[in-house]
Design a protein around this ligand. Structure first.
Ligand SMILES: [Cu+2]
Length: 72
Protein backbone atom coordinates (compact mmCIF):
# COMPACT_ATOMS: atom_id res chain seq x y z
CA UNK A 1 0.00 0.00 0.00
CA UNK A 2 1.41 3.33 -1.03
CA UNK A 3 1.50 6.40 1.13
CA UNK A 4 0.80 9.81 -0.31
CA UNK A 5 1.56 13.17 1.21
CA UNK A 6 -0.49 16.24 0.41
CA UNK A 7 0.44 19.79 1.37
CA UNK A 8 -2.01 22.65 1.84
CA UNK A 9 -1.63 26.36 2.46
CA UNK A 10 -4.05 27.42 5.20
CA UNK A 11 -5.11 30.94 6.11
CA UNK A 12 -7.20 32.27 8.98
CA UNK A 13 -5.37 30.54 11.87
CA UNK A 14 -4.50 32.48 15.03
CA UNK A 15 -3.02 29.99 17.49
CA UNK A 16 -2.12 26.34 18.03
CA UNK A 17 -5.73 25.38 18.84
CA UNK A 18 -6.71 26.46 15.33
CA UNK A 19 -4.25 23.91 13.97
CA UNK A 20 -5.62 21.20 16.25
CA UNK A 21 -9.17 21.90 15.06
CA UNK A 22 -8.05 21.41 11.47
CA UNK A 23 -6.11 18.22 12.26
CA UNK A 24 -9.11 16.74 14.12
CA UNK A 25 -11.40 17.45 11.19
CA UNK A 26 -9.01 16.22 8.49
CA UNK A 27 -8.12 13.02 10.37
CA UNK A 28 -11.80 11.98 10.29
CA UNK A 29 -11.57 11.56 6.51
CA UNK A 30 -11.31 7.99 5.22
CA UNK A 31 -7.80 7.20 4.00
CA UNK A 32 -6.11 9.91 6.04
CA UNK A 33 -3.44 8.63 8.42
CA UNK A 34 -2.22 11.84 10.01
CA UNK A 35 -2.70 15.57 9.62
CA UNK A 36 -0.07 17.99 10.89
CA UNK A 37 -0.76 21.70 10.87
CA UNK A 38 1.91 24.29 11.57
CA UNK A 39 0.30 27.61 12.45
CA UNK A 40 3.52 29.57 11.90
CA UNK A 41 4.23 28.31 8.38
CA UNK A 42 0.49 28.15 7.61
CA UNK A 43 0.81 24.66 6.20
CA UNK A 44 -1.15 21.46 6.74
CA UNK A 45 0.64 18.26 5.75
CA UNK A 46 -1.60 15.23 5.33
CA UNK A 47 -0.35 11.65 5.14
CA UNK A 48 -2.74 9.30 3.35
CA UNK A 49 -2.78 5.51 3.08
CA UNK A 50 -3.61 5.76 -0.63
CA UNK A 51 -5.11 8.30 -2.99
CA UNK A 52 -7.36 10.91 -1.35
CA UNK A 53 -9.08 13.71 -3.28
CA UNK A 54 -7.39 16.96 -2.15
CA UNK A 55 -10.75 18.69 -2.53
CA UNK A 56 -12.14 16.61 0.36
CA UNK A 57 -9.34 17.88 2.56
CA UNK A 58 -9.96 21.47 1.51
CA UNK A 59 -13.61 20.92 2.47
CA UNK A 60 -12.64 19.50 5.87
CA UNK A 61 -10.40 22.51 6.50
CA UNK A 62 -13.33 24.76 5.58
CA UNK A 63 -15.57 22.85 7.99
CA UNK A 64 -13.09 23.63 10.76
CA UNK A 65 -13.49 27.29 9.80
CA UNK A 66 -10.36 28.00 7.73
CA UNK A 67 -9.34 28.43 4.11
CA UNK A 68 -7.16 25.73 2.60
CA UNK A 69 -5.51 25.55 -0.80
CA UNK A 70 -3.87 22.44 -2.25
CA UNK A 71 -0.19 23.08 -3.04
CA UNK A 72 1.28 19.69 -3.95
CU1 LIG B 1 -6.64 29.54 17.42
Amino acid sequence: MSTTRLTFAVTGMHCDSCGLLIDDEVEELPGVTTSTTDVRTERTIVECAGPVDPELIVNAIAEAGYQGRHLD
